[in-house]
Design a protein around this ligand. Structure first.
Ligand code: IPE
Ligand code: IPE
Ligand code: MG
Length: 234
C-alpha cells in the first residue's frame, strides 16, 4: 500500500469534552465551546495539509437540545461568530464549508451563517469541512426513508448505493477514521450508516486541547490498522 492510501480520505470527529475543559479552569461551560471553535480551525487547516479530503465535525447532536437553554443558544450562535472570523481564513486555505443535519429547529440566523459560509467558500477546491449540526444518525436514516418513500423509486429495488444517496452525506466517501476526544467510548448517534467499516480512535484529550500533534497521533495509529473489510490481510 502506498503512503497516500494510508491517509484517510474522510476523517470524522466527535468533538467532546468542551464542558469538562472549561470546568477544569473554573470557567463556565460555554468558554469551552468557544475554545472548541479554535480547535476546529487549527485541526481543519492541519487536516488539509495532511491530505485529508473531508473533515466532518460533530458540533451539535439531536440529543443536545436537552441541555440548558442558555448553553444551546450559545452553541447556536457560534457559527455566526465563526463565519466572520473564519471565512477569510478558509478562502486563504482553499477549504470549503458544508453542513449535515436536520435544518428543522436550527435558528434562522445560525442556518444563514452556515449557508453563507458554504456559498462564500464554494469556489474552493481543497478539503471539505463539514459541520454536523443538529445531526442524529437515526434521524438521518428516517429522513432518507421518507425521502425515498415520497419519490417514484421502486423501493423493492433499493440498493445500498441508492440509500447512501438519500443520506445527508450523499456523494461523500464513508469516514475512514472516526476520532472521539475526552475519553468517552461511544458514538453517540454519529454516522451509524456510514461508520460500519470506520476505524475508531479514542483519546483522553479534551477537544479544546486537540491540536496538530494529536491529529498526527491519530493518523499514525490509522496507518497501523489492517482494514480487511471482511477479506483477508494483503
Ligand atoms: C462537546 O463538548 C460539545 C457538544 C456536545 C456540543 P461537551 O459540551 O459535551 O463537553 P463535556 O462532555 O460536557 O465535557
Ligand atoms: C456528542 O457529545 C455530540 C457532539 C460532540 C456534538 P455528547 O457530549 O453530547 O455525548 P454524550 O451525551 O456524552 O454521549
Ligand atoms: Mg460531552
Amino acid at each position: 500500500m502506498t503512503e497516500s492510501q494510508k491517509i484517510p480520505r474522510h476523517v470524522a470527529v466527535i468533538m467532546d469534552g468542551n464542558g469538562r475543559w472549561a470546568k477544569a479552569q473554573g470557567k463556565p461551560r460555554v468558554f469551552g465551546h468557544k475554545a472548541g471553535m479554535d480547535a476546529v480551525e487549527r485541526t481543519a487547516i492541519y487536516a488539509q495539509k495532511r491530505g485529508i479530503d473531508v473533515l466532518t465535525v460533530y458540533a451539535f447532536s439531536t440529543e443536545n437540545w436537552s441541555r440548558p437553554m442558555d448553553e444551546v443558544k450559545f452553541i447556536m450562535s457560534l457559527p455566526i461568530d465563526f463565519y466572520k472570523r473564519f471565512v477569510p481564513v478558509l478562502n486563504r486555505e482553499n477549504i470549503r464549508i458544508g453542513m449535515i443535519g436536520d435544518r428543522e429547529g436550527v435558528p434562522d440566523a445560525t442556518l444563514k451563517a452556515i449557508d453563507q459560509a458554504a456559498v462564500d467558500t464554494a469556489q474552493n477546491t481543497g478539503m471539505l469541512l463539514n459541520f454536523a449540526m443538529n445531526y442524529g444518525g437515526r434521524a438521518e436514516i428516517l429522513q432518507a426513508i421518507r425521502k425515498l418513500a415520497n419519490s417514484d423509486m421502486d423501493l423493492s429495488a433499493l440498493t445500498e448505493e441508492k440509500f447512501s444517496d438519500a443520506m445527508y452525506t450523499s456523494g461523500l466517501p464513508d469516514p475512514d477514521l472516526i476520532i472521539r476526544t475526552s475519553g468517552e467510548l461511544r458514538l453517540s448517534n454519529f454516522l451509524p450508516w456510514q461508520s460500519v467499516y470506520s476505524e475508531l480512535y479514542f483519546t483522553d484529550v479534551l477537544w479544546p486541547d486537540f491540536d496538530e500533534a494529536e491529529l498526527d497521533k491519530a493518523l499514525e495509529e490509522f496507518k497501523k490498522r489492517d482494514r480487511r473489510i471482511g477479506g483477508l490481510s494483503k
